[in-house]
Design a protein around this ligand. Structure first.
Ligand code: ARG
Length: 456
């Protein structure tokens, strides 16, 4: 079968080369965008007089039939036609005859593929933004139920200070908020139209790039035709924002794995989000968060892959750029699936408040508060830190927590201790006392919830 570009060739393409240079196996995901771009292009060719209204009408009709067949799964793509652009063009010619060959007037596959990628990523970035919001909502809903749930806060994965569970969860709300802002920002660059840049230098036909851009829902037109066909920053930005988001999702996933372990038992994931073991009957494994944690790797990999493909490419289009697609599709699909699982997993998990409470009452995470207590009695913080360190050591040696020590025992370490020390040490009080702006006190967390709600 002859190639759409076969005129200059005297030999058939080597079969392996044909297979390896073809992108149709993966770029068929751009079929809808490709047809959409072609419809806008053909309309414009008619308004600017390059095609007659009748010709444009016939071509549009043909493209719509191709679209219809695509939806019905009736199109058989072939590697002989290399990529989605030439496959669609071939289908069109099969449908309406040689007139279909006029569609490619005043454009090149180079501006065409860039346009398809912009359209695809614009749509999916918008979808992902919605999924991020749904996840934020899930985090927010759970947080609002747990302002008064207290658990140990950690640094170095060592118990540090008691915190409100809502405060802990809301941290993820803010991470997702920044992720969303990064995606919104990247939309500005995704919303530029490369169509009409031609192969690299523009075209001799009297095209109207602004008309096409408007019809396709783009906000502006790339001002430089070479930049239009050689730019892939918009994909890199999406992949960078996605990498950071997956890192956040992975941190949350890691906490869910830890919290659902026998050692912690702070939460239990719903059965519908876990799987069992083929040999150990007692097991209920947190596969979903484990996979979310692992999927981060491929998202980072896709970013590094494309950065490496692009480095050192001379202007303008190079075949190397065909390698931009699989990583982009994979990042989109990984992110969409991850977010789609994350929100319901959060919504359905059981929070074991009592275990959290028990954990804070069986540790020394209120030590900072006695140090602060002595400071209010006039002891310099450094000295107070030293005294409390000794008290903690005494507690560990004698199997006692800070609330268990008698007044007599306290007095051995400092005369400044009085009965009021016990009220300072209760976990609820320890949390309530951290009322600086953005702190974990119940009252500050309620303020934070209000702010978060407003942002959604
Ligand atoms: N399949 C190609 C790609 O994905 C389309 C552009 C091909 N352009 C060319 N001059 N070979 O990048």
């Amino acid at each position: 079968m002859s190639k759409l570009w076969g005129g200059r060739f005297t030999k058939d393409t080597n079969k392996l080369v044909e297979k390896e240079t073809a992108s149709i196996s993966f770029d068929q995901k751009l079929a809808n965008e490709d047809i959409k771009g072609s419809l806008a292009h053909v309309n414009m060719l008619a308004t600017t007089g390059t095609l007659t209204k009748e010709e444009a009408g016939e071509i549009s009709k043909g493209l719509k039939i191709v679209q219809q067949k695509l939806e019905e799964g009736k199109l058989a793509f072939s590697i002989e036609h290399e990529d989605i652009h030439m496959n669609i063009e071939k289908f069109l010619i099969d449908e309406i005859g040689p007139l279909g060959g006029k569609l490619h007037t005043g454009r090149s596959r180079n501006d065409q593929v860039a346009t398809d990628m912009h359209l695809y990523l614009k749509k999916h970035t918008e979808d992902i933004i919605e999924l991020v919001e749904a996840t934020q909502q899930a985090v927010l809903n759970l947080s609002s139920e747990h302002v008064d749930t207290i658990l140990p806060g950690y640094t170095h994965l060592q118990r540090a200070q008691p915190i409100s569970f809502a405060h802990h969860l809301l941290t993820y709300f803010w991470m997702l908020q920044r992720d969303k802002e990064r995606l919104f920002d990247s939309l500005k660059r995704v919303s530029g139209s490369p169509l009409g840049a031609g192969a690299l230098a523009g075209t001799t036909f009297p095209i109207d790039r602004h008309q096409v851009a408007k019809e396709l829902g783009f906000d502006y037109v790339y001002p430089n035709s070479m930049d239009a066909v050689s730019d892939r920053d918009f994909i890199l930005e999406f992949m960078s924002a996605s990498s950071i988001m997956m890192m956040h999702i992975s941190r949350l996933a890691e906490e869910l794995v830890i919290w659902s372990s026998q050692e912690f038992q702070f939460i239990e994931l719903d059965d519908s989000f876990c799987t069992g073991s083929s040999i150990m009957p007692q097991k209920k494994n947190p596969d979903v968060p484990e996979l979310l944690r692992a999927k981060t790797g491929r998202v980072y990999g896709n970013l590094m892959g494309l950065l490496t493909v692009l480095k050192g490419l001379p202007l303008a289009y190079n075949k190397d750029m065909q390698e931009d697609k699989e990583g982009m599709f994979d990042t989109v699909e990984t992110l969409e699936a991850s977010l789609m699982m994350l929100a319901p997993m959060i919504e359905t998990m059981t929070v074991k408040k009592d275990n959290m409470k028990k954990a804070v009452s069986e540790d020394y995470s209120n030590a900072t508060d006695i140090a602060d207590y002595l400071v209010t009695k006039g002891v310099p913080f450094r000295q107070s830190h030293e005294i409390i360190g000794k008290i903690v050591l005494y507690g560990i040696d004698n199997g006692k927590f800070l609330l268990d020590l008698t007044m007599e025992e306290y007095k051995k370490f400092s005369d400044h201790f009085e009965e009021d020390i016990y009220s300072v040490l209760a976990p609820e009080q320890v949390v309530a006392n951290r009322h600086s702006y953005g702190g974990t006190s119940q009252q500050q967390v309620r303020e934070q919830l209000k702010l978060a709600e407003k942002m959604l």
